[in-house]
Design a protein around this ligand. Structure first.
Ligand SMILES: Nc1ncnc2c1ncn2[C@@H]1O[C@H](COP(=O)(O)OP(=O)(O)OP(=O)(O)O)[C@@H](O)[C@H]1O
Ligand SMILES: [Mg+2]
Length: 247
């Protein structure tokens, strides 16, 4: 490509044109121009999705395509599989709570829903709860809590992964409570947890606060139960079996 074209693309902020312009079929000038502009629009769209995925800070790449819908996952009467995966709950600022024992696919599904939301142009933030509480405490002490929360203001979906594995101190529990209260009816929260609601006071350490928190979270929520064996264990066992049978 000549320098002149490179410079024109730069001046017009057409970041996605330079490399691929030669590949656009040339039938007539108008359809060529349309093809070239379509390439720029598609390039911008893909770049926005990549930015959203990076900003969400997922811990892993997990997709809905790779998710096996088995009877481990028990959807509530309020939710069908297509309505979940098309993310209608986000448009209605509803919550999704994925509840069940270890290794049953809660984080996979929460991450995949979050990544699908990014594909749809939505802002997502993924946190492991213990790390979020630690960040809230640090910002509170440093006097930067307001700024940290404003950074979350624009997001459509907050994913809180692994609620229940680590208990909090009183201050951390209160900070998390306020954050969830801020989200109430304004954005969707996806929670993964190994604990039933009746046990949440064990991690929050305060019955009244736990009650108020559960009340807000479940008011507009779909609760998905995960039953059965750990996927990790099942795969480790079948892997072992195949090693033994081949030896
Ligand atoms: N239904 C499924 N389809 C495809 N992969 C699955 C499924 N369920 C679990 N897995 C895989 O099994 C592993 C464990 O799943 P995951 O981490 O989501 O479990 P979890 O319920 O979040 O467990 P924990 O409570 O210990 O955090 C992951 O690698 C995940 O991709
Ligand atoms: Mg998990």
């Amino acid at each position: 490509m000549n320098d002149d074209l490179q410079q024109l693309c730069k001046t017009l902020h057409l970041a996605h044109l330079p490399e691929g312009v030669e590949k656009v079929p040339f039938d007539d000038p108008r359809s060529f121009l349309a093809g070239v502009l379509r390439q720029e629009v598609e390039g911008r769209h893909q770049a926005r999705i990549a930015r959203l995925i990076k900003k969400a800070k997922f811990r892993e790449r997990k997709t809905l395509e790779a998710y096996e819908w088995t009877d481990t996952v028990q959807l509530p009467a309020t939710l069908t599989q297509p309505s979940l995966t098309s993310l209608q709950f986000i448009d209605h600022q509803e919550n999704v709570i994925l509840m069940g024992s270890s290794g049953t696919g809660k984080t996979h599904l929460a991450t995949a829903l979050g990544q699908e939301a990014c594909q749809q142009g939505k802002e997502v933030r993924f946190f492991q709860v213990a790390s979020l509480v630690q960040q809230l405490e640090e910002h509170f002490r440093a006097g930067t809590l307001g700024k940290f929360k404003r950074g979350l203001d624009k997001c459509d979906v907050l994913i809180l992964d692994e609620l229940g594995y680590v208990p909090f101190q009183k201050e951390g529990a209160e900070l998390l409570f306020h954050l969830i209260t801020d989200c109430y009816e304004r954005k969707s929260v996806i929670v993964t947890t190994n604990l039933e609601f009746g046990q949440w006071n064990r991690i929050f350490g305060d019955n009244r606060l736990t009650g108020a928190l559960v009340d807000r979270l479940v008011h507009h929520a779909h609760i998905i139960a995960f039953k059965g064996e750990s996927y990790r264990l099942k795969h480790a066992l079948s892997h072992q079996k195949s090693i033994h049978s081949s030896s």
